[in-house]
Design a protein around this ligand. Structure first.
Ligand code: FES
Length: 96
């Protein structure tokens, strides 16, 4: 599980565009650099992720996980929590 965590941010869907999807995308990219974890994440802009009522929406591929109503201030903790989750998952996979 050395591949990057793939993060999709709805920036192009009508609702998320109005509610700051691009700000969330920019903050996630910025926080990746600040935390020095660019090599662990692939952050991409996306069209509608099917969670319009809870936008801005962020989907994590491979984790079958999505965040709703994300604000730029949430981005640092989202990245940190994803890294913790991946680390915990790796540990569990080694045990079995
Ligand atoms: S417009 Fe963003 S999830 Fe649909």
């Amino acid at each position: 599980m050395s591949s990057k965590i793939k993060v999709l941010v709805c920036t192009e869907g009508k609702h998320c565009r109005k509610k700051g999807g691009k700000d969330v995308y920019c903050r996630l990219a910025e926080q990746c650099q600040t935390l020095g974890v660019e090599d662990k994440f692939s952050i991409k802009k996306s069209d509608c992720l099917g969670r319009c009522g809870r936008g801005p929406a962020v989907k994590i591929k491979g984790f079958k996980l999505a965040y709703g109503r994300v604000e730029p201030g949430d981005c640092k903790s989202i990245l940190k929590n994803l890294l913790k989750a991946r680390k915990a998952l790796k540990r569990e996979l080694v045990k079995s």
